[in-house]
Design a protein around this ligand. Structure first.
Ligand SMILES: Nc1nc2c(ncn2[C@@H]2O[C@H](COP(=O)(O)OP(=O)(O)OP(=O)(O)O)[C@@H](O)[C@H]2O)c(=O)[nH]1
Ligand SMILES: [Mg+2]
Length: 208
């Protein structure tokens, strides 16, 4: 996927601050430090667009990036980098704000056409499972991406993937995308999955 432009637009904590332009949106969810910001940068071939940190809890607001590509299906849209869930060291008062902030965005945002859920390829946590189930329940079955696969050797890959599919009960294990923001492995597959959701969304709109 070629990227015409990728631009930071806004950092938001409530809906009044969300961008006014009604463009299709793709949200990236996952626990703190799983690699959401790195994956966004890798997809966009930008090194520093979304801030990456070794310290979990870096992204604390909903960050909107406007993306333009030459592809008709995904020509103009927003990527939304969400704060990570489940990081105990972030002050409790901050964590208490994050849950409702993320939930509200995911449940109310009409132009949200794809949710990408990132899970560390080295291990699924209970919070990942509940988030996955909640997203399915809310009508946003996510594109599941396992991150940091460069940290696994070849013999570890299949068992890790099988475990993840078993815990999440994903209906189609072939659709889980193995990703590395370090090597860009999985970049094409993830773009294809986002594009596919875009096509489905457009077809649904035309049927109304
Ligand atoms: N080896 C390797 N490291 C990665 C990969 N993706 C992210 N990392 C590292 O993991 C750490 C966290 O990455 P971020 O992209 O900031 O994670 P995040 O999910 O945005 O974290 P929060 O904003 O805190 O929720 C950083 O040190 C990254 O360099 C990957 O694919 N491979
Ligand atoms: Mg981040």
């Amino acid at each position: 996927m070629k990227i015409h432009s990728a631009e930071f637009i806004a950092s938001c904590v409530n809906p009044e601050q969300y961008p006014r332009e009604r463009l299709p949106e793709v949200a990236f969810v996952g626990r703190s430090n799983v690699g959401k910001s790195s994956t966004i940068n890798s997809l966009l071939i930008r090194k520093k667009l979304s801030k990456v940190s070794v310290t979990p809890g870096k992204t604390r607001t909903l960050n909107f990036f406007r993306i333009k590509t030459p592809d008709k299906v995904v020509s103009d849209m927003f990527f939304v980098d969400l704060p990570g869930y489940g990081y105990a060291k972030v002050a409790k008062s901050v964590r208490q704000q994050w849950g409702p902030m993320i939930e509200r965005y995911l449940t109310e945002r009409e132009q949200l056409f794809a949710v990408v859920q990132l899970i560390d390829s080295r291990g699924v946590e209970a919070h990942d499972v509940t988030t996955y189930q909640w997203l399915v329940h809310m009508g946003h079955p996510p594109i599941v991406v396992t991150t940091k696969v460069d940290k696994l050797n070849r013999s570890q890959r299949n068992p890790c993937l099988a475990k993840l599919c078993q815990l999440l009960k994903v209906p189609n294990p072939d659709e889980v995308i193995l990703y590395s923001a370090k090597t860009n492995e999985g970049r094409l597959e993830l773009w294809n999955a986002i594009r596919e959701r875009g096509e489905t969304g457009q077809a649904q709109k035309e049927n109304f």
